[in-house]
Design a protein around this ligand. Structure first.
Ligand SMILES: C[S@@+](CC[C@H](N)C(=O)[O-])C[C@H]1O[C@@H](n2cnc3c(N)ncnc32)[C@H](O)[C@@H]1O
Length: 406
């Protein structure tokens, strides 16, 4: 692990930390999450379960209420250092994708206590920036849904970047597809990386496609991700199952097994389904959608629900793993078993290793997983930040899974 000016590894504050996927990737890259904050009890239990031995301070706080000053005070009382090198976070901002330019501008710029800033959907983004302003880390990294990218031809991300600039940060943003970072899932998200202006640096996202058209990082498919897991039936509730190592396991699966309890797999549980669904799942071929079903197997209007069901393909990355899995898992039907995916399979598709613990009910686990930044994406970005901003001359261009240090 590398040393910072203060003698420890680079210190991260994770806001809206959720399960800690963002943090995990930074930790893999040699950073250290000092403080992680969320207000959801299952997120807190998950963070404590995975990070307590790393000395991360996990705080259950409502960030819409806790001010940066109050956090500083709280941490100082506990003798916890507040000199964060990086602040990461994915504040929920559902409002943006539907807003128009004038509205966005007024939402993202200070416009007084009575102004549209009071829109609760944008308050959390403002709060994230207030933390950045207050603690002045060298680097601020924010993740958000790509829906904010463009609305009626307006580039909302550029407007958001302006507000980072106003806070004293030089920003680069990019729409990132997790599948290009080695995650077996097509997932598009926006990442903003702001560098404090006095450092006089501009972050460059890693190129994912080489000049010869090949992907820089090894890509992974659904088969790579989950085919080594034991077969289960729908409704399986065995929270601990035996895991038998297969020959020919993919590099990706080997990465996922690193530090796992030998011979055991946790959370390989899935939803139960009624006969009608099971008949539909059985009929579907890999890649099929709801609209491809014959009429007698349909129970919804297919003009509205044409892609409600989606069967995974072994040979491709999966579709986006979202928190909607906590409601139903029809978007991720197993490619060869008559069921939807298990919690552990969803975690694998998000690049959470098998050693990672998720708290709460099955729905809670799906939600935590679906909300997370895939740790492998966070790792690749964090590695590049370390190389470019913290000038660490260690192996930072992991091009094979073996080079990813868990
Ligand atoms: C998109 S998730 C973050 C996922 C996380 N970055 C990860 O990689 O696992 C957003 C998180 O914000 C939390 N959250 C929403 N509003 C909050 C608030 N007012 N205070 C604290 N946490 C909040 C939610 O509980 C949720 O865990």
């Amino acid at each position: 692990m590398s040393a910072s000016s203060s003698g420890n590894s680079y210190r991260v504050l994770d806001l809206f930390a959720g399960a800690g996927g963002f943090s995990l990737g930074f930790d893999w890259a040699g950073f250290s999450t000092s403080v992680a904050i969320d207000f959801n009890q299952n997120a807190i239990d998950t963070l404590v379960g995975n990070y307590s031995d790393k000395k991360t301070v996990v705080l259950k706080e409502d960030l819409s209420k806790l001010t940066p000053f109050q956090l500083e005070h709280k941490l100082s009382k506990e003798n916890i250092r507040i000199n964060f090198d990086v602040i990461i976070g994915g504040p929920p901002c559902q409002g943006w994708s539907m807003a128009g330019r004038g509205k966005i501008r007024s939402l993202t710029k200070d416009s007084g206590p009575q102004g549209p800033l009071e829109d609760p959907r944008n308050k959390l983004y403002k709060r994230y920036l207030a933390y950045v302003r207050h603690f002045q880390p060298k680097v601020a990294v924010m993740e958000n849904v790509s829906g904010m990218l463009s609305h009626s031809g307006i580039n909302i991300a550029d407007l958001v970047a302006e507000t980072f600039e106003d806070a004293g940060y030089r920003v680069t943003w990019k729409k990132v597809n997790a599948s290009e970072f080695g995650v077996p899932q097509s997932r598009e998200r926006l990442f903003f990386v702001g560098i404090r202006k006095d450092l006089n640096l501009q972050f460059r996202f890693p190129e994912t496609i080489l000049k010869n058209g090949q992907f820089k990082y090894p890509t992974a498919t659904v088969k790579d991700a989950i085919s080594d897991l034991p077969a289960i039936t729908h409704g399986s509730k065995d929270w601990i199952k035996n895991y038998i190592k297969q020959t020919g396991t993919s590099d990706y699966a080997k990465l996922m097994r690193k530090d796992a309890v030998p011979g055991k797999i946790f959370d390989h549980v899935c939803r139960g389904h009624n006969e009608q669904d099971l008949a539909a799942f059985k009929h579907m071929k890999q890649g099929d959608l709801y609209k491809d079903l014959p009429a007698h197997l349909k129970r919804y209007r297919d003009d509205i629900f044409h892609d409600k069901y989606r069967k995974l393909r072994w040979s491709k990355p999966s579709g986006c793993v979202t928190a909607h899995l906590s409601k139903d898992c029809y978007s991720h039907i197993h490619p060869s078993q008559t069921r939807t995916i298990s919690v552990r399979e969803a975690a694998r598709l998000q690049s959470f290793p098998d050693s990672f613990y998720f708290a709460g009910s099955m729905s809670s686990k799906f939600q935590l997983i679906g909300n997370a930044v895939p740790p492998l994406v966070a790792f690749r970005i964090a590695t590049e930040i370390k190389k470019q901003i913290f000038s660490i001359q260690r192996k930072s261009k992991a091009t094979s899974f073996q080079e990813v240090e868990l």
